[in-house]
Design a protein around this ligand. Structure first.
Ligand code: ATP
Length: 278
């Protein structure tokens, strides 16, 4: 197994150490459910890390911990060497669900974060237009979310996240609702934008192909309860990458086989659990 360690020099952009999260059980309020247990996860500045694992294993839970939206039951969370208190102000998020404000145009959506930060309107507008151009939506600023396709809405959401220039980008299955062609276009766009500014990225996905194609490192989580990392793989495929083309490379296929051999059993366990619950 090409086990990896994060570059150790300097503080991690995001570091989770011994993180455990327990919830009141949804089935039996008298019981507690341990979603993740004793998780260590470090993302270096500029590193693109994907977390894969079976459905319901705790991927979003870890992302929420990194975002500061969920306080772990035990464990330590640090952002650039500082303990995280409250919401992670150095992070930007992109979630699976649509987060655009339907009453605002695309441009107004992209500008919103800057306006909330008190940036004067004219400046926010200028930057908003620039970001819409960067995500290929130059002429669409006055459209409302319902007038845009799913892929275009994702581009607006991407611009909305990146305009704030976060040092850490947290993405929770951002493209899972898109058709495969649009999805691959968006993945390539994200890689291009990432290459230009090299932020730390924590990317959550179900899709192992997507994880390998995008990342520097793939972390595999075990099935829950008490999910934890059971494998870590360095992806040393050359960049820039085209996510559609790279899948045909022998190195990609070999790595896919290697990771899948670890992930497969966990996916089966996760699936069996879901069936029991259903
Ligand atoms: N607030 C909560 N209260 C109770 N249980 C919760 C809560 N949040 C998450 N869980 C449970 O913790 C486990 C992990 O959930 P999480 O959403 O992190 O998994 P996931 O790997 O992101 O799932 P998916 O792949 O389906 O998106 C699940 O069993 C879920 O039901």
């Amino acid at each position: 197994m090409s086990t990896a360690s994060t570059p150790s020099s300097g503080a991690a952009a995001l570091s989770l150490e011994g993180v455990t999260c327990t919830f009141v059980s949804r089935d039996d309020p008298g019981q507690r459910y341990t979603a993740v247990r004793d998780v260590d996860l470090r993302i270096a500045p500029g590193e693109f890390v994907s977390v894969v694992g079976p459905t319901g294993c705790g991927k979003s839970t870890l992302l929420n911990v990194g975002a500061g939206l969920l306080e772990p039951s035990t464990g330590k969370v640090e952002v650039f060497g500082q303990p995280l208190k409250g919401v992670n102000a150095r992070a930007g998020y992109m979630f699976q669900a649509e987060a655009l404000m339907p009453w605002r145009s695309a441009l107004a959506n992209v500008m919103a974060g800057l306006q909330f930060r008190g940036v004067p309107d004219a400046q926010a507008r200028e930057q908003g237009e620039e970001w819409l151009r960067r995500v290929g939506l130059g002429g669409f600023g006055d459209r409302y979310p319902h007038q845009l396709s799913g892929g275009m809405r994702k581009r607006v959401a991407l611009a909305q996240t990146l305009i704030l220039d976060p040092d850490i980008i947290l993405m929770d299955e951002p493209f899972s609702a898109l058709d495969i062609q649009t999805r691959q276009l968006m993945e390539n766009e994200v890689l291009e934008l990432w290459a230009a500014s090299r932020k730390a990225v924590l990317f959550i996905t179900h899709d192992l192909d997507e994880a390998i194609a995008m990342s520097d490192r793939v972390v595999v989580l075990s099935a829950g309860p008490a999910s934890h990392p059971i494998g870590e793989f360095v992806v040393d495929l050359p960049r820039p990458r085209d996510v559609a083309e790279i899948r045909t490379q022998p190195e990609f296929i070999a790595l896919h086989e290697q990771i899948w051999s670890v992930l497969r059993e966990e996916v089966l366990k996760g699936y069996a659990q879901q069936k029991r619950v259903a």
